[in-house]
Design a protein around this ligand. Structure first.
Ligand SMILES: C[S@@+](CC[C@H](N)C(=O)[O-])C[C@H]1O[C@@H](n2cnc3c(N)ncnc32)[C@H](O)[C@@H]1O
Length: 266
């Protein structure tokens, strides 16, 4: 797959159909060779070609901003499904994506659920700028999504919508400080602030996401948060410990691993 994507990039075509190989232009090998060298040096494919696929979207990516992962697609699905249910019930769902990175979760909801109102934030101004670029490239009306630089741990964050949010979703950093990622694509290219959740269990940032959900969600609102495959029980415990939700449940990604928590506000 990587080889095909690099060849597409070198040829400047959207999709290479190998059953019908195109005539290769002069200079193709010269164009392809440096791309292959970069991939051999374990630079992520998405950074070489400049985009990542996420659900129905093709988003722009940039060095220094977290690359979206396939496991997050099923997390985003939860917000899409809940927002669709609310639209069917005649509501205008208000959705907040708290650690938006390139904007993939927020943009999936905005693109797949017309009529939803979406707010997305990130601590990193470069991530918010990239999410804004993606909103302009993907949405007919980029103003449908409110993007802001903000710290999920800031008690003054979004006080204007406290108690009014229908869905609070996030994929926060959650890797424990001493668990250095083994893959060089991750260790050398994803920004540390997007990976490490803080604290011995990596759950300092996820704790802040749960706290902001308690503050912002309306009664009956939905919290959806991604976590590491080994954090299911710990995250349920921290959500249930707030006393603000019905029993939290853990859900799997497409590889069958614990991947996110769901909890409905009381
Ligand atoms: C794992 S990435 C997820 C990005 C995107 N939602 C995705 O799934 O591809 C976590 C993001 O949280 C952001 N972040 C880290 N600390 C934060 C904080 N205190 N408040 C808000 N965002 C934060 C990082 O900059 C990073 O973009």
């Amino acid at each position: 797959m990587d080889a095909i994507a690099l060849a597409e990039h070198a040829l400047g075509v959207a999709q290479l159909i190998l059953a019908v190989p195109p005539p290769l232009p002069a200079g193709f090998e010269t164009a392809l060779d440096p791309l292959v060298r970069r991939r051999e040096a374990r630079e992520p494919l998405q950074h070489i070609v400049g985009y990542a696929a996420f659900r129905h979207l093709k988003v722009r990516v940039e060095p220094g901003v977290f690359l979206p992962r396939p496991e997050t697609e099923v997390v985003a699905q939860q917000a899409v499904d809940e927002a669709k249910l609310l639209i069917a019930a005649g509501r205008e769902p208000l959705v907040v994506d708290v650690c938006t990175g390139s904007g993939v979760i927020a943009l999936s909801v905005a693109a797949e659920v017309p009529g939803s109102r979406v707010i997305a934030l990130d601590l990193d101004p470069a991530a918010v700028a990239l999410a804004r670029t993606n909103a302009e490239l993907i949405l007919e009306d980029a103003a449908r999504i409110r993007l802001l630089v903000g710290d999920v741990g800031d008690p003054a964050l979004l006080t204007d919508i406290a108690g009014a949010v229908d869905i609070l979703i996030g994929n926060p950093p959650y890797i424990p400080d001493d668990a250095v990622p083994l893959e060089r694509e991750v260790a050398d290219h994803d920004p540390p602030r997007a990976l490490f959740g803080g604290g011995a269990d990596g759950l300092d940032l996820p704790r802040q996401v749960v706290a902001v959900a308690v503050r912002l969600l309306r009664p009956g609102g939905l919290l959806v948060m991604e976590h590491a495959d080994v954090q299911g029980a710990a995250v349920r415990k921290l959500v249930d410990g707030t006393g603000a939700f019905e029993s939290a449940t853990t859900h799997l990604d497409l590889t069958g691993r614990d991947r996110f928590v769901r909890a409905r506000g009381r």
